[in-house]
Design a protein around this ligand. Structure first.
Ligand SMILES: [Zn+2]
Length: 87
């Protein structure tokens, strides 16, 4: 996991969601910050696992199963893909 301490740190670097893995269900959830109720910008990322519960099995993720996914870069904006020049 990157060296982000708080939610704010990750957001400031362009991260829009949290990655949470469930070892029981073997699924990975990506949760946008805005959908994480009660999570504040100053909350520590290594504390978030205490608040998260798998919707499928109700299990709590281990601390190492909560991380920041690699950011997806959209050069030119989200609606523009590469290779638009030419013709
Ligand atoms: Zn689960």
């Amino acid at each position: 996991m990157a060296d982000y301490v708080t939610v704010h740190d990750a957001m400031a670097d362009g991260h829009e969601r949290l990655e949470v893995r469930c070892a029981t269900c073997r699924v990975t959830h990506h949760i946008p910050w805005r959908l994480m109720r009660g999570v504040l910008n100053g909350d520590r990322l290594d504390e978030l696992h205490k608040r998260l519960v798998c919707k499928k099995c109700g299990g709590r993720p281990a601390p190492e199963d909560v991380c920041i996914p690699e950011p997806v870069k959209f050069p030119g904006g989200p609606l523009c893909g590469p290779g638009t020049s030419g013709s």
